[in-house]
Structure formats: structure tokens, C-alpha cells
Design a protein around this ligand. Structure first.
Ligand code: ADP
Ligand code: GN1
Ligand code: MG
Length: 376
């Protein structure tokens, strides 16, 4: 457990006063490995039963308007829950927010921080790295199904929680700005990494160009489809619930599929220092294509399917650009546990991009074969 992620018990008790849990607090310990919010596993005694909840402090430095963000999550979870109404397992298949005493979706503490509580989804777990195509397929199926569940959701009902979140050209521009500013004197130590992304500017522009040309439609997307944002059932292995909904916003389907390729095809952790472990594994990719196409059903247009082989490269590049930019800016955005953490993360992304580039023809064949099999 990470000691600097601990939250003093008195703070948790203070937040819980705004809720009507009718339970006494046993423990509140850091949980999971997210880079943005603080997540706690809340264990309480409720009428003699030990019950868990997820308590999260929303990162107010990154999310400038937490009430608007919570309105998004409230609407999206209610929309999905409504579609699952008659499902026997509905409360494990959509996040459920616990309302405060005043009926709000989040609570503000005396320091101005915002907190939220979810029902804890039991008998399921997330994976930081995945070791079998079956799990990759299950995760992709859940993300595809989530996109499909939101296909009739009115996108204009959503606040843009982080503007230009997946605007890759804007991310590249931010990198260039960080290089020019060289705020903490790290540019000299990252010349090769900077050149790696500048050499790929055309790829960075591709998805938005296809969107502007009318080939890729705007959808309501999750925008943070990393593997550890989907819960897989402990017994059946099925992808049962998509979590971490802070960035649900209008976006392109490529963004969601791309983040799965980034996080589920390589056996290495995002911050692995042994780069020989980083590689795009074709059986995992095939499993993702199969799961995603089955989950999304018939909603995808041909151009979206044709771009699936490129999606992983786009999002891996974009995430590498973000890690590098944060490194050059002095680690202001992503949580870090060591000085070069963001640079290490950038290295795995560059290595994965190289691996994807080396296998792009074979990836196209896989997509053609899997998509062809569905349509015949
Ligand atoms: P972050 O934005 O920091 O990534 P997440 O919302 O993804 O935060 O939560 C972090 C971790 O907490 C997840 O990877 C998952 O393991 C766990 N988690 C989140 N929500 C729930 C839930 N409702 N039930 C059980 N575990 C959860
Ligand atoms: C962050 O919150 P978490 O750890 O699921 C980030 C994603 C990045 C990811 C890289 C709001 O996701 O965009 O792809 O780290 N979330 C935000 O691991 O910036
Ligand atoms: Mg997460």
C-alpha cells in the first residue's frame, strides 16, 4: 500500500457525516492504482455485516468543475441502469452512486475537496496487466457494450469535463510548448523521446482529419478505456462493469478501442523499465477486435472498423506525448512515485508504438478477417 495515498481517518469521518450510511467505519485504506483521483476502500459495519464502499476524492486540480462532472456521471449511470432494469445482476453492471443526505451526487468538505461514494462491486476485479486473450476479449466486449448502451444518449446533455481531452494535435502542441519553456531543465535529457513524437505528426492529425472529412462520426465515448477501468467477474470472467466515468464525453470510437490496445496487448506494466517486455501481442489484439465488435454490435460504420488497426498507435502515441509533456513540466498532472516515473511511462509507450508499427499489416489482416466473419 502506498503510504502517501493515506487519508487521515478524521477526514473520512468528516465526509461520512454528510452521508446516511447507518454504519460504523472500520477502515478506509488506499485502493487501486489510478493516476488521478484518490480511491479508498471503505469498510463499514452495517447491522453486523461487513460492507464495502468505494470512496473517492475527485482531483480538483484536473477536474475544474466537480459538480458538473458528477452531473455527467449521475446521468450516464442512470441511463445505463435504466437499460439494465430487469437484469438480475443490475447493481453490479453499472456504477451506483450513493446520494448524500441532501440527495446530491457528491459531498464537499471544509477544504473545498469533492468526494463521492459508489456501491462496491463485489466478486469482480480489475487488472493492471492482462495475461489471457479471454480476459482481453471480455474487457473489450464490456467497453463496446458500454458505447452501444450510450448510443441513444443525448451528447449535448454532457459537460465537457476536460476540453480537447483526445485532441492529439493539441497534445503535440502542448509538448512543443513544454519543450520551448523547459520549465525544470529536463529537455536535454529527453531529446530522443521528443524527436520520436515530432516525427509522427502526420499520424497525430489522422483521426481528427477523418472526422472533419465526415468519415468518423462523433459518439458518446468513455475516453479512458484502460484495462483497469473495467471489472471482470471473478467466476465467469465476463466484463461486467465499466468504471471510472470522469471523462465520458463526445469522442471517437477509435479513442476507446485504442486505449484497450495500449493497455491490454502488452504483457508489461505501463511503467515497466525492462523494455524488452513491451510488445503488441497479436492474439490479444485479435481478442480485443472480437470482443469490441461483438459488444458494440452494428453501430460502427465501415470507416471506424477500418481504423481499428490504427487506433492503438494513435492513443499509445498520445499517452506517451502526455507522459513526456508532464515530465518536462515537472510532474504536475500524473501521480508519480519516483523522479523519472513519467519518462519511464513514456518509454513503454514509444516501445509499444514501435511494436504496433512493425505489425500494422498483420493487424489490418486480423481486423478484415474478424469483421468479415461477422458480416458473412
Ligand atoms: P482512477 O480515476 O484513479 O483511476 P477508478 O475510478 O478507476 O479511479 O478506481 C480505482 C480502482 O478502484 C479501480 O481500478 C478499481 O479496482 C476500484 N474500483 C473503482 N470503483 C469500484 C467499484 N464501484 N467497486 C469496486 N471496485 C472499484
Ligand atoms: C489516467 O485515472 P486513470 O489512471 O484511469 C488519465 C488517462 C490516461 C491514463 C494513463 C483523467 O487515467 O487519460 O490515459 O491515466 N486520466 C485522466 O495511464 O487524465
Ligand atoms: Mg481508473
Amino acid at each position: 500500500m502506498n503510504a502517501d495515498r493515506m487519508v487521515p481517518r478524521e477526514r473520512v469521518v468528516g465526509v461520512l457525516k454528510q452521508y446516511d450510511l447507518r454504519a460504523s467505519l472500520l477502515t478506509a485504506l488506499p485502493y487501486g492504482s489510478g493516476h488521478i483521483n484518490d480511491t479508498l476502500e471503505l469498510v463499514v459495519d452495517q447491522a453486523g455485516a461487513t460492507v464495502r464502499y468505494i470512496l473517492q476524492r475527485i482531483n480538483g486540480r484536473i477536474f475544474k468543475n466537480p459538480p458538473a462532472l458528477m452531473e455527467n456521471i449521475g446521468r450516464v449511470t442512470e441511463h445505463v441502469a435504466h437499460q439494465l432494469e430487469s437484469h438480475y445482476d443490475a447493481s453490479r453492471r453499472a456504477l451506483t452512486l450513493v446520494p448524500t443526505r441532501t440527495g446530491a451526487f457528491c459531498a464537499m468538505d471544509e477544504r473545498g475537496d469533492y468526494w463521492r461514494i459508489y456501491l462496491f462491486i463485489e466478486k469482480a476485479r480489475t487488472y493492471d496487466v492482462i495475461d489471457s486473450p479471454a480476459r482481453a476479449q471480455a474487457a473489450a466486449n464490456a467497453f463496446g457494450a458500454f458505447m452501444s448502451q450510450l448510443s441513444d444518449f443525448n451528447a449535448s446533455d454532457l459537460h465537457e469535463t476536460i476540453p480537447d481531452f483526445h485532441n492529439t494535435p493539441a497534445r503535440l502542441a502542448a509538448l512543443k510548448e513544454a519543450v520551448a519553456a523547459d520549465r525544470v531543465g529536463r529537455v536535454a535529457s529527453a531529446k530522443k523521446e521528443i524527436a520520436f513524437f515530432l516525427d509522427r505528426e502526420e499520424d497525430a492529425n489522422r483521426a481528427l482529419r477523418l472526422h472533419r472529412d465526415g468519415k468518423l462520426p462523433l459518439r458518446v465515448t468513455h475516453n479512458d478505456c484502460k484495462l483497469n477501468n473495467v471489472m471482470l467477474d471473478d467466476i465467469t470472467g465476463e466484463g461486467i462493469c465499466v468504471i471510472d466515468l470522469d471523462t465520458v464525453m463526445p469522442g471517437l470510437s477509435l479513442y476507446d478501442f485504442g486505449d484497450m490496445v495500449r493497455t491490454a496487448t502488452s504483457p508489461a506494466a505501463e511503467d515497466e523499465r525492462n523494455l524488452s517486455l513491451v510488445k503488441m501481442q497479436m492474439p490479444m489484439f485479435e481478442a480485443l477486435v472480437t470482443g469490441f465488435l461483438a459488444g458494440a454490435g452494428s453501430m460502427l460504420v465501415n470507416e471506424e472498423v477500418e481504423e481499428l488497426p490504427f487506433a492503438g498507435k494513435l492513443i499509445t502515441m498520445e499517452t506517451g506525448i502526455r507522459f513526456l509533456t508532464d515530465y518536462l513540466n515537472g510532474d504536475q498532472y500524473f501521480k508519480v512515485a519516483r523522479p523519472d516515473h513519467n519518462l519511464d511511462r513514456c518509454h513503454t509507450q514509444c516501445e509499444l508504438v514501435r511494436s504496433i508499427e512493425a505489425q500494422s499489416a498483420a493487424m489490418r489482416e486480423v481486423v478484415e478477417r474478424v469483421a468479415g466473419a461477422i458480416h458473412t
